[in-house]
Design a protein around this ligand. Structure first.
Ligand code: PEP
Length: 253
């Protein structure tokens, strides 16, 4: 059975105090409201990892994530953070290939392939993002586009390694825009991705792969999105910065 996952992407937001407050509220609501059967992943900026991890403590169901890692193992790469270092601080998940990294930091499919391998080598679960621009959607090549992103960055993994990867489908036109994909659009793309995975790794691995939706998800639309058979959760940006909204999304299955 594939896992249901809701991951919060804080992006470059939250001071130390704000991050501590947000995490405490999320942990308390998660416990008080007895949330079950969903994995929650918090992905703050790097400096928050140690103190946020401390607040999560041994809370079952809440996991520590980060927003990026290096494609290199270690060495003279000033400003970079390796998967090895993250793992040593108790990080369990890492977002890779977010469209903001692809666009602003020119991360290529090839670079992302190396990052995924670093993450897996150190026991981190990659949350691998794919998604099309509005231009590509309007041209009608959105399905081919996301399949290509998976093929190029993931399809040289062994079946065993691939089965450790989580996919996030994030149409770029829906990220931070308030313009959510309809649940039918999300379902169509998630199914296409699952079939593409099955064509390479077989039905069993494809059926077990968690595919999250990302793009202006909020407490008002999460239930409808998560009701679709191939939508296994969400990668949440803006709404992950408000504890009540985030927990309401987590409870939307
Ligand atoms: C994201 O950054 O992954 C994201 C989905 O952002 P938002 O929810 O703000 O659209």
């Amino acid at each position: 059975m594939r896992k249901k996952i809701v991951a919060g992407n804080w992006k470059m937001n939250m001071t130390y105090e704000e991050g501590q407050k947000l995490t405490s509220e999320i942990v308390n609501m998660f416990k008080d409201e007895a949330v079950k059967n969903v994995q929650v992943v918090l992905n703050p900026p790097f400096p928050h990892i140690y103190p946020v991890k401390k607040l999560i403590g041994d809370t079952e169901g809440i996991f520590m994530g980060s927003q990026n890692c290096s494609d290199k193992e270690s060495g003279a790469f000033t400003g970079e953070v390796s998967a090895k270092i993250l793992a040593s601080f108790g990080v369990q998940f890492v977002i890779l290939g977010h469209s903001e990294r692809r666009e602003y930091f020119k991360e290529s499919n090839e670079l992302l392939s190396a990052k995924v391998k670093q993450a897996l080598a150190h026991g981190l679960t990659p949350i691998f993002c794919c998604g099309e621009s509005l231009e590509i959607r309007n041209a009608g090549t959105h399905e081919a586009n996301v399949k290509f992103q998976l093929t190029e960055s993931l399809f040289d993994l062994s079946p065993e390694d691939f089965s450790k990867v989580v996919i996030a489908y994030e149409p770029i036109w829906a990220i931070g825009t308030g313009k959510t994909a309809t649940s039918d659009q999300a379902q169509e793309m998630h199914l296409a991705l699952r079939r593409h995975i099955a064509s390479k790794y077989g039905k069993e691995i494809a059926d077990d792969t968690s595919i999250l939706y990302g793009g202006s998800a909020n407490p008002g639309n999460a239930k409808e999105l998560f009701s679709k058979p191939d939508v296994d959760g969400g990668l949440i940006g803006g709404a992950s910065l408000k504890s009540r909204d985030f927990i309401d999304i987590v409870k939307s299955f």
